[in-house]
Design a protein around this ligand. Structure first.
Ligand SMILES: NC(=O)c1ccc[n+]([C@@H]2O[C@H](COP(=O)([O-])OP(=O)(O)OC[C@H]3O[C@@H](n4cnc5c(N)ncnc54)[C@H](OP(=O)(O)O)[C@@H]3O)[C@@H](O)[C@H]2O)c1
Length: 274
């Protein structure tokens, strides 16, 4: 099923909804004429109409009858209200419902909709904004491979997409959803290091940014383990081993791993399970 021929409704036009619509339009995955958005306030609708040049509504019941794919991009706390709205306004049972809400289970969504719509749960992250997102997807009980194809078309337009079982979604939220924030902190700290040894701040940050991009690309393109790549730059008696040992003294590995563990636990408490 080609997304290019379908009508897409994006409910929630905040950080993620806006970024996804923008990515889909910029990559010409969809024609702006086939997309509409919904938000809670008229101000957000106005912004979307002006900047993305698509239709946007606070009351979208009329759009539901002929919309093929609904992308739910509201906060977990608004999911119940939105799902009740979809149910009471009789969405067709063929409409594909894709939710990016953290912590909201497929079972919860299917139970409120109360009819056999195909449902897909997805967890993207904010680098979708620059086309470098990481999205994990999982099919619900009535989602067919053709529905998953549509989800792949959406999320591959803004980065990489991977299928995993729903049991892993809290982990994915803690690692991939929160992951960019960890790297912003690490980058800030490394840039502080550069400033400490005399580099102008903007130069230090520019260097760090390219180093992080370069290191990630090395792992991605060579397919080698980070430990092997690290060994390559660790000359005996050199400066890199000195820096690495200081990091190990600060327990950097367990600190980072435990951060993912903590975020995963919190993700599990965010939304509605069922
Ligand atoms: N931000 C991330 O890093 C990230 C990553 C992965 C997944 N997510 C998930 O993405 C979802 C959205 O997050 P976000 O950061 O984009 O949130 P956000 O910026 O707060 O945007 C939420 C949007 O939902 C709209 N909305 C609220 N209630 C509504 C309703 N009843 N009907 C229609 N629209 C409604 C809001 O409208 P107004 O603008 O008018 O208030 C707003 O446009 C969340 O479930 C989150 O778990 C976020």
């Amino acid at each position: 099923m080609a997304l290019s021929t379908q009508k897409l409704g994006v409910i929630g036009a905040g950080v993620m909804g806006y970024a996804l619509i923008q990515g889909l339009i910029e990559t010409q995955t969809v024609d702006p004429k086939q997309v509409w958005a919904a938000a809670r306030t008229e101000a957000s609708c106005q912004k979307v109409r002006q900047e993305l040049e698509i239709s946007a509504y606070t009351d979208y019941k009329k759009e539901l009858a002929d919309t093929d794919v609904l992308l739910l991009c509201v906060k977990p706390s608004s999911m119940g209200k939105v799902l009740e709205y979809l149910k009471s306004n009789h969405i067709p049972k063929e409409t594909l419902v894709i939710s990016i809400s953290a912590g909201t289970s497929i079972e919860y969504i299917e139970k409120i909709i109360g009819q056999p719509n195909p449902v897909i749960r997805a967890m993207p992250n904010t680098p979708c904004i620059v086309g470098q997102g990481m999205t994990i997807v999982c099919p619900g009980s009535h989602a067919k491979p053709s529905d998953m194809d549509v989800a792949y078309q959406i999320f591959e337009a803004v980065g990489e997409c991977l299928e995993l079982e729903e049991a892993h979604f809290d982990a994915v939220t803690g690692l991939s959803g929160s992951g960019p924030a960890y790297f912003y902190l690490i980058m800030e700290a490394l840039a502080d290091g550069g400033v400490r040894v005399g580099l102008p701040r903007e130069v230090a940050l520019k260097i760090v940014t390219q180093v992080v991009l370069g290191a990630a690309t090395m792992v991605q393109k060579t397919g080698r383990h980070p430990a092997a790549l690290r060994d390559d730059v660790t000359t005996p008696a050199g400066c890199t081993i000195g820096g690495l040992l200081i990091m190990e003294d600060g327990k950097i590995r367990s600190v980072l791993a435990r951060a993912v563990e903590e975020a995963t636990q919190i993700a599990g408490q965010l939304g509605q399970k069922s």
